[in-house]
Design a protein around this ligand. Structure first.
Ligand code: MTE
Ligand code: MO
Length: 419
């Protein structure tokens, strides 16, 4: 078959193909090998003997043991004060398996006995209340498939020279899950928020007792007291037995191991919203409270550290997201940003969730630079690295959302570059 049979018409420079043809026919005609039906004697051993037994809790295939969180690092002298990253380039779809959800802990993972855990709501309320897991289970619950991103994600790309790193080493402080729990507004209504209240302070039960101030408007908008992650109880590393989940906002605010909410009139100016997760300005003051995560995308395949085998048809795929809503469009370039082709977005495209994009690319074997850029439903566009740096003040670190470029060398190595 020829490319024409698949409507593989060019969409942009250096081999990018029209997305409609890609969606209809895929790349099969260009890649799969033609074979005859195998003879019985050639059947593999696993078709000839009964398989193994069932078990109580499943795990991935033994051939997938290299799919692990990456870049696990803890501060010197500690074991749990640091981060691990989602292996983005090894996954597909949009939901992150719970065991591969990135982790960010300020003092390790607490070993919380759910029967002794309580959530207290107090402060500027008519009735201070305390909730056990058992009482929370009687409230109406809702589920949302949405992303969580640390605002320190991708900060390594501010280095003056591009680090030789993989996609997950650079961008892996993001994950998406189906979060299920009780809308925070329901609990606040029961406690009766007083008229002068404007904020709440959420505190975790870890040994950091990490706390953040949250505007009440967000609490009543789409905040969840999340109890389940991808259908099962939240994993200890992600906040067991309950966490605050604030869709689209910087991950730090989604306080894990949540045990206390104090309703207040002003923010509490906690450590993690003043000395950290704030942006130093040229005059020496710090800009506080940058909550939503900006519109962003990254090509996960091919990406840094991966290897292209030989020239021919490839699938370019990646993830796009916006803390402000849905992704409207993702464009891909194979010529370092000179021309762009619109990528296909995988359904469903959900608000404040990861959106998977795909497009077809014919690599001609010459060096090439791949990039992706996203636009969200409000028209916000992902900036170039240069424009992001020009528009932010020196010394900024959080909320890096610039376009990522991957350089493919003649030998097929893929590396992080600034384009
Ligand atoms: N109690 C508590 N909540 C916390 C943290 C923490 O250390 N302690 N880390 C925060 C940070 S910086 C991020 S990015 C997210 C990470 O959530 P995850 O570990 O489930 O990926 O949790 C936030 N909530
Ligand atoms: Mo974070």
């Amino acid at each position: 078959m020829t490319d024409q049979d698949f409507e593989m018409t060019p969409a942009a420079g250096n081999g990018l193909m029209e997305r409609r043809g890609f969606l209809r026919a895929g790349l099969a005609g260009g890649i799969a090998m033609l074979v005859a039906a195998p003879a019985t004697a050639d059947r593999p051993a696993w078709t000839k003997t009964p398989g193994t037994a069932m078990n109580g809790y499943g795990s991935p295939s033994r051939f997938e043991t290299d799919v692990q969180r990456v870049g696990i690092g803890s501060l010197p002298g500690t074991v749990g004060t640091g981060a691990s990253r989602t292996p983005l380039e090894q996954l597909s779809g949009t939901i992150t398996p719970s065991g591969l959800h990135f982790e960010r802990h300020h003092n390790g993972i607490p070993d919380i006995d759910p029967d002794r855990h309580q959530l207290i709501i107090h402060g500027l309320v008519e009735r201070p209340l305390s909730f056990s897991l058992e009482t929370l289970a009687r409230y109406p619950m809702t589920s949302r498939i949405q992303f969580l991103e640390c605002s320190g994600n991708s900060g390594a790309l501010l280095a003056p020279t591009p680090a030789k790193r993989t996609c997950s080493q650079l961008h892996g402080l993001i994950a998406a899950s189906e979060w299920t729990g009780v809308p925070l507004g329901v609990l606040l209504d029961e406690a009766g928020v007083k008229p002068e209240a404007r904020w709440l302070v959420a505190e975790g039960a870890d040994a950091a007792m990490m706390s953040r101030s949250v505007p009440l408007s967000k609490a009543f908008d789409d905040a969840l007291i999340a109890l389940y992650q991808n259908g099962e109880r939240i994993r200890p590393s992600n906040g067991y037995p309950m966490r605050l989940f604030l869709p689209g906002w910087e991950g730090n605010m989604s306080v894990k191991w949540l045990h206390r909410i104090k309703v207040t009139s002003t923010p509490a100016m906690t450590k993690d919203e003043t000395s950290k997760y704030s942006d130093l300005q040229p005059d020496g003051t710090a800009k506080l409270f940058t909550f939503p995560m900006g519109v962003k995308s990254v090509i996960t395949n091919p990406s840094g550290g991966l290897h292209m085998s030989k020239p021919g048809l490839y699938q370019i795929t990646g993830l796009a997201w916006s803390g402000a809503g849905r992704i409207n469009r993702v464009e891909v370039s194979a010529d370092g940003g000179k021309s762009w082709a619109t990528a296909a977005l995988e359904e469903p495209v959900l608000t404040k969730n990861l959106t998977r994009f795909r497009t077809a690319w014919r690599w001609n074997g010459a060096p090439a630079t791949l990039m992706s850029r996203a636009v969200d439903e409000h028209g916000s566009q992902q900036p170039t690295r240069d424009s992001l740096i020009a528009e932010r003040s020196r010394g900024f670190f959080y909320h890096y959302n610039a376009i990522q470029a991957w350089r493919i060398t003649r030998s097929g190595e893929v590396e992080n570059v600034y384009a």
